[in-house]
Design a binder for this molecule. Structure first.
Ligand SMILES: Cc1cc2nc3c(=O)[nH]c(=O)nc-3n(C[C@H](O)[C@H](O)[C@H](O)COP(=O)(O)OP(=O)(O)OC[C@H]3O[C@@H](n4cnc5c(N)ncnc54)[C@H](O)[C@@H]3O)c2cc1C
Length: 380
């Protein structure tokens, strides 16, 4: 198996690296763009990335994108994460865009996919206080009324809802059957009456929100796909969702690795660079090997999805999400260890890499849930 990128893909990656070097190449620039590392999404820079045409990397041309596939999207996510370009909303926006591409009406695609290429942020609301890993247990309810829906309930952990144009709400329209039946996707403009968004403080800064729906009226035409079929619609997006998280985590991991490598080459103890001690050199060699495995796995799955976009790859996509996010977390924590006290100090960015990567094994389905999925494919 080999990974070869086309000339266009290599040119895109090089252009992203150029932008990263120009706009985010120094600690001062990165701090200014992210309010000291607390805001992973910078709206002005996001608008400029939109103007460059990059946000439509995997959106079909008829909606304003450049019509790329998963390999293109993964490459873009990896390079933007590696370059620490603060466009934190792009990953979840891409996940949501995929759902509209698969199930949207022509009008919805024009509005949402076209909006994404122009810089709109999109959020998705599945999780609830009592429905996390067991997302099928969700209770937020939409009732048919006056030809539309009225929504009541609470969502939690909703990434970027505070920046989003719309929230793709997964709610219950029928509770008479099995828990995975009767779920429905509604596209709710984030500024609708009856939507309240409250930020949740986290160690990663300002990212996630509680979202409350109170007597929130949603027009019938905002239904995405088929009423009662949201579970199947969610499953159809899992390849893409897991690959997006894997590719972004690969970029974060490579950045943490390179920062640690620079440090262990420079820092001297006992009269020599600490990277020359075998214990540290071998640790770095192990991490480099794991990163290469992650890269191969991510792009192998992306190539499979591009070759067969209608197929589901639950085992491969879960393996990629599991392996890359666990490796990213490991690289950042090992990076902190090999940097000694400096790894823990905010003067360096390793502690920021730890805060960024540590949660990647939780969102988008925890590592335990990914292992459950892989284990099922082994007949366990
Ligand atoms: C930063 C961040 C961003 C997020 N963004 C979004 C978003 O945009 N939209 C959205 O809808 N949700 C989002 N989430 C929610 C995320 O998907 C959930 O946090 C995740 O699915 C886990 O749910 P939970 O937090 O309720 O943990 P729980 O489900 O309570 O799990 C707690 C622990 O129990 C384990 N566990 C649970 N069930 C099992 C099982 N059957 N077998 C083995 N172990 C199990 C879990 O793996 C975990 O270790 C986000 C979360 C975070 C932290």
């Amino acid at each position: 198996m080999s990974i070869t990128f086309t000339d266009e893909q290599q040119a895109l990656a090089a252009a992203v690296r150029d932008l990263a070097a120009r706009e985010c190449g120094t600690r001062e620039q990165r701090d200014a763009l992210t309010d000291g590392g607390t805001e992973p999404h910078n709206p002005e820079l996001y608008a400029r990335v939109a103007e460059l045409g990059w946000l439509g990397v995997a959106i079909p041309e008829q909606y304003g994108g450049s019509g790329g596939g998963m390999v293109d999207l993964c490459l873009f996510l990896e390079e933007t994460a590696y370059g620490q370009i603060p466009i934190g909303s792009f990953a979840v926006t891409s996940i949501v865009g995929g759902a509209y591409e698969r199930f949207g009406t022509e009008e919805q695609k024009q509005e949402i996919l076209g909006g994404i290429t122009r810089g709109a942020v999109e959020a998705i609301a599945m999780s609830e206080p009592e429905a996390g890993s067991d997302v099928g247990a969700l209770r937020c309810k939409a009732t048919r009324q006056n030809g539309g829906y009225v929504v009541e309930g609470q969502k939690t952990w909703i990434s970027e809802a505070h920046l989003a144009d719309h929230i793709l709400l997964v709610c219950r329209t029928d509770d008479s059957g099995a828990k995975h039946d009767g779920l429905t996707m509604l596209s709710v403009p984030a500024g609708s009456d009856g939507v309240e968004i409250r930020g949740i403080d986290t160690m990663g800064g300002r990212v996630v929100n509680d979202v409350f729906f109170t007597d929130c009226h949603v027009p019938a035409e905002n239904l995405l796909g088929v009423e009662g079929q949201a579970w199947g619609q969610l499953m159809a997006g899992l390849n893409v969702e897991r690959l997006i998280i894997a590719a972004q985590s690969l970029g974060f991991a490579r950045r943490a690795f390179d920062d640690a490598l620079s440090y262990v080459r420079e820092r001297k103890q006992f009269g020599r660079p600490i990277g020359s001690f075998q214990t540290i050199a071998h640790r770095m060699a192990d991490l480099a090997t794991e990163l290469e495995c992650c890269r191969l796995l991510t792009y192998d799955v992306a190539q499979k999805v591009d070759a067969n976009p209608g197929a589901l790859f639950p085992r491969e996509a879960s393996m990629a999400k599991l392996k890359v996010t666990e490796t990213a977390k490991k690289v950042a924590l090992e990076g902190m260890q090999v940097m000694g006290g400096a790894g823990y100090a905010t003067e360096y960015e390793m502690e920021r890499h730890v805060r960024t990567t540590i949660v990647s094994t939780i969102y988008g389905g925890t590592s335990e849930i990914q292992r459950e999925i892989v284990a099922k494919t082994l007949g366990l």
